[in-house]
Unconditional design. Structure first.
Length: 188
């Protein structure tokens, strides 16, 4: 059993007969009244996000989690196949357990949290950014670097991302996996 002082981003807890992962939290100490913790919880089973407030000192049921590095191998319908980089065991993870799964490139290394009690994967944490190649976009025009305008582009994984006007097909870009947004162009 843990308390609200143990709450941190990424902690998995049992709440309302489901398993949730804490994606945001804020400890609040108002001038009047007791302190509390405002949280945003994401269901591991169905992907729904709920807001919840725990009073200070509230007991929470945390889940023992083991985190390992896995390599993404391939996608099969709505399931993603990963291989443990240490012992080469393979596991399947459903699409709703992966945030921005359309940015996942074959061979990418991710961290997967696995429930120690039943061995089921709980969540997949992608790297902070990935480097992807532009497969389709309108041609860039020289000198369009001063404005903040953007255009849609399709990357090698099939994801659609807004990029600056000067980006062309074949360019490699760095993409923020949390927001699915353009960071910078990669020069080779």
């Amino acid at each position: 059993m843990a308390t609200t002082s143990d709450i941190r981003k990424g902690l998995c807890i049992k709440y309302n007969n489901d398993i949730y992962k804490i994606i945001e939290f804020l400890h609040v100490k108002p001038g009047k009244g007791p302190a509390f913790v405002r949280t945003k919880l994401k269901s591991v089973t169905n992907g729904k996000v709920i807001d919840n407030t725990f009073s200070s000192g509230h007991k929470i049921d945390d889940i023992r989690v083991e985190t390992n590095k896995f390599q993404y191998l391939y996608k099969e319908e709505d399931e993603f196949n990963f291989m443990n980089v240490d012992d080469f065991n393979q596991i399947m993870v459903s699409k709703n357990s992966i945030e921005n799964s359309d940015l996942l490139k074959e061979g990418e290394i991710v961290s997967i949290s696995i429930n120690s009690e039943d061995g089921l994967p709980l969540s997949v944490d992608m790297p902070a950014s990935v480097i992807l190649e532009i497969k389709h976009t309108e041609p860039g025009i020289k000198g369009n670097t001063a404005t903040n305008a953007s255009k849609p582009a399709t990357v090698e994984t099939g994801a659609k991302i807004n990029v600056p006007l000067f980006i062309n097909e074949g360019d490699k870009i760095k993409v923020d996996t949390e927001k699915a947004s353009y960071i910078e162009r990669i020069k080779e």
